[in-house]
Write a protein that binds this ligand. Structure first.
Ligand code: TC6
Length: 695
């Protein structure tokens, strides 16, 4: 077995090489290995200096997150870092890949830091609901000053080696492998006679005492509801108000508090499920098909967004529209999105011109798709339209080309049946705007071949998206669950809550926007069309609110028409649309409802109960493979607060019996809507959690 930290000596420099693939996380064995290597180097008469580096693709990507929440096995990282800093021989860290979190803290414990040009560094603990707890909040500001340290620690962002050099976090950038760069730098130190240089010995630079209050206010406004970012400011402040050891103690207290918080548990759940969501037995070991050239049918908002995402990630695109005018409009739409990328510094003007000139073709003929590897249809949501398109695609596309639909709810089995290649047909459900939103539902139809599914996942990765496998049903995973909690919100309005109280309660829960503000943004005409489409399929006891139809009949489609649940006369400061209340009153009166009061907690409980209950049905029906697929869908496509881990994690943390009790209580008044999901009932009976089904 490979040692977690290998020891060797070159040119009187002891090299401690961390070997814990894939990312050299600081597991207990690595911490113990660093301790042992350090002691050996200090006792080694043949070594005058010590060099720490990482084997493989990266330096050290941080503490081993999988150990969090379990009892800590000695040695603790803060002690290891302190011992490195206290070494009587100069210690150098040579950084490559990503030196993150505890990894960067090890480097800060070293006396000097050198990086290879492509290296990145960061303190991303805040994104996991904690803070850099191995001295990072005390040592970083001593090297960089308060502002740069606060920026890194409260955002968790990765910075380049050049930026790290500029702010004083590292001492040099050297070409070559980390070993070459590190040895060259250390040899120079030895020639110069440089000795140990503990970071703790550096006095913090003077600062404006009001700085920390200003940062607390700024960070609190930006990261609403989260405790770690503000706590990070408190910890950095301690570097300026307390002596070093007392600052470390304060950091530890704050760290322990965050470690025990449910937010930490939610965020770490989110970290791991994002990596687990693509690991599915049906595509394990399956080779995806090569995709270099994609076709897109339809150049509206969705089609243009998909085309732009593909172009920005190195694919060639042929877009088919019906008319010359639509073809031109689609090209202009895509050019607009790429122009925004230029404006934001993500793309150079020449690169944009190459994409638009050489990589994008907008046409009106399907024949142009003859050599496309994969075609994504993003046309009007109508089964007849889709069938016509898929019949044409089947005729024009080469054998082996994948035919995908971006439908949000239509039956993909029915679409696939019009082709002679149902195994090549799949749903790729993007979220709008498609070049921004990270979620992609990969909808696997009855005959979809595993390599076609694997290609969907590979394409998502190429487009820097998070793919979730979904089965075929109306709305797949996300929109099916949305329909249910959106219905619960409408019912609450009928019973007495205002849309504005519901929005406020859900923003308070952690969503960026409430459901009615979201509907205004998406366009109320979308919900209107869905209600009309589903009307013939409804059960007579379904309670469908009428107030939204009344609003649509007035031509109020939300933000785009200046009016919806809110009035957008001042688009930056929407206010409740005063005429909506009368429509709601009329709807209630027609049903003989006397409105009652709802507290924010009542609203949150009903909303979450509806979401979790439908999600449990989605898992029980096999539409989502595991509860974690629901969590990823809601986190990446529906603005669910990441620090709550997703609805299934939230349910597990609150306790499934409590969720079931709510559903049963609500069912007393409305047994038609509130049916406990069999899976939920079963888990409660067995005392099990959703997480137990995640594998
Ligand atoms: C900390 O340091 C606190 C310190 C205070 C202590 C007192 N631990 O993302 P990838 C796994 S907090 C355990 O697919 P990439 C990951 O699950 C930590 N496992 O690769 C995956 O496993 P799988 C601060 C980890 O090249 C595999 O490695 N550090 C850890 O796209 C590959 O990961 C961070 O927050 C870990 N720390 O990206 C950094 N990191 O193959 C977190 C990764 O079984 N990590 N794994 O699925 C990252 O941001 C990225 O992994 C990356 C590499 C940029 C390092």
């Amino acid at each position: 077995m490979t040692e977690p930290v290998a020891y060797s000596v070159t040119d009187r420099i002891a090299v401690l090489r961390v070997q814990n693939p894939p990312v050299n996380a600081l597991s207990q064995a690595v911490r113990a290995g660093l301790d042992a290597g350090l002691a050996r180097a200090l006792a080694d008469d043949g070594a005058d200096a010590i060099l720490i580096l990482g084997d493989g693709r990266t330096f050290i990507a941080g503490a081993d997150i999988s150990e969090f929440g379990k009892p800590l096995a000695a040695p603790g990282l803060p002690d290891v870092v302190n011992r490195i800093e206290a070494a009587g021989k100069p210690v150098v860290a040579a950084l490559h890949g990503t030196a993150l979190g505890g990894g960067l803290e090890v480097a800060l414990g070293a006396h000097y830091r050198v990086a290879v040009p492509g290296a990145k560094v960061g303190l991303p603990e805040v994104l996991l609901g904690i803070l850099p707890g191995a001295g990072g909040t005390q040592r970083t500001p001593r090297l960089t000053g308060a502002e740069a340290a606060l920026d890194m620690i409260t955002t968790g962002k990765h910075i380049s080696a050049t930026e790290a050099l500029r702010i004083g976090l590292i001492d040099a950038i050297e070409d070559g492998s980390p070993e070459e760069a590190g040895l060259r730098f250390t040899r120079r130190l030895l020639v110069e006679g440089a000795g140990p240089r503990p970071t703790r010995g550096i006095a913090p630079a003077p600062h404006d005492p009001a700085l920390f209050d200003a940062w607390r206010a700024k960070v609190a406004a930006k990261t609403r509801g989260q405790i770690a970012p503000v706590t990070c400011v408190d910890a950095v402040e301690a570097a300026f108000t307390l002596p070093f050891d007392a600052g470390l103690k304060r950091e530890r207290e704050l760290f322990s508090g965050l470690m025990a918080s449910p937010q930490r548990e939610g965020l770490i759940h989110a970290f791991f499920i994002e990596r687990k969501v693509g690991k599915l037995p049906e595509i394990a070991g399956v080779t995806p098909r090569d995709v270099a050239w994609i076709g897109v049918i339809g150049g509206g908002t969705m089609g243009a967004g998909i085309a732009a995402a593909a172009l920005l990630n190195g694919l060639s695109v042929t877009l088919v529209e019906q008319t010359e005018a639509a073809r031109g409009a689609a090209h202009a739409r895509i050019a607009g999105i790429l122009g925004d990328s230029v404006a934001r510094g993500k793309l150079t003007e020449p690169a944009r011109d190459t994409l638009l000139g050489d990589r994008l073709t907008c046409v009106t003929e399907y024949a142009a798709l003859a050599d496309a590897d994969l075609v994504i249809e993003a046309a009007f949501e109508d089964m007849a339209v889709k069938k016509t398109i898929f019949t044409a695609l089947d005729q024009h596309c080469k054998p082996g080309a994948i035919l995908a639909t971006n439908t949000s709810y239509l039956d993909i089995n029915e679409i696939a049946a019009v082709t002679a290649r149902p195994g090549d047909v799949i749903g790729l459900h993007f979220f709008s705007p498609a070049h921004v939103m990270r979620l992609l539902e990969v909808v696997v139809a009855e005959h979809t071949a595993p390599e076609v599914t694997a290609t969907g996942f590979a394409l998502a990765k190429r487009l820097k998206k998070v793919a979730v496998r979904a089965g075929v049903c109306d709305g797949f995973i996300g929109n099916r669950i949305l329909a249910s909690y959106r219905m619960a919100a409408d019912h609450m309005v009928l019973e007495g809550a205002t849309p504005y109280a519901i929005d406020a309660a859900m923003v308070d829960f952690g969503f960026a926007m409430g459901p009615f503000a979201v509907s205004d943004l998406a366009g109320l005409d979308i919900g209107w069309a869905t209600r009309k489409r589903l009307a013939p399929l409804r059960h007579p006891n379904d309670r469908i609110a009428k107030f939204a139809d009344m609003m649509c009949e007035e031509g109020w489609f939300g933000r785009k028409t200046g009016r919806g649940f809110y009035d957008y006369t001042d688009p930056k400061r929407p206010v409740p649309n005063p005429q909506v209340a009368a429509m709601i009153d009329a709807d209630r009166a027609a049903r003989g409802i006397t409105p009652r009061a709802f507290t924010a907690e009542d609203i949150q409980r009903r909303y979450m109960a509806a979401m979790i209950n439908e999600a449990a049905k989605v898992v029980g029906d096999g539409i989502a493979a595991r509860p974690l697929d629901v969590d990823v869908t809601l986190l990446y496509g529906y603005g669910f607060p990441r620090w709550r881990g997703g609805p299934m994690k939230y349910a597990d943390m609150r306790g499934l019996p409590s969720i079931l009790a709510d559903i049963e209580a609500f069912a007393q008044d409305d047994p038609h809507f509130w049916h406990p999901a069999p899976l939920l009932t079963d888990l409660v009976a067995r005392g099990a959690s959703f997480d137990s089904l995640n594998g």
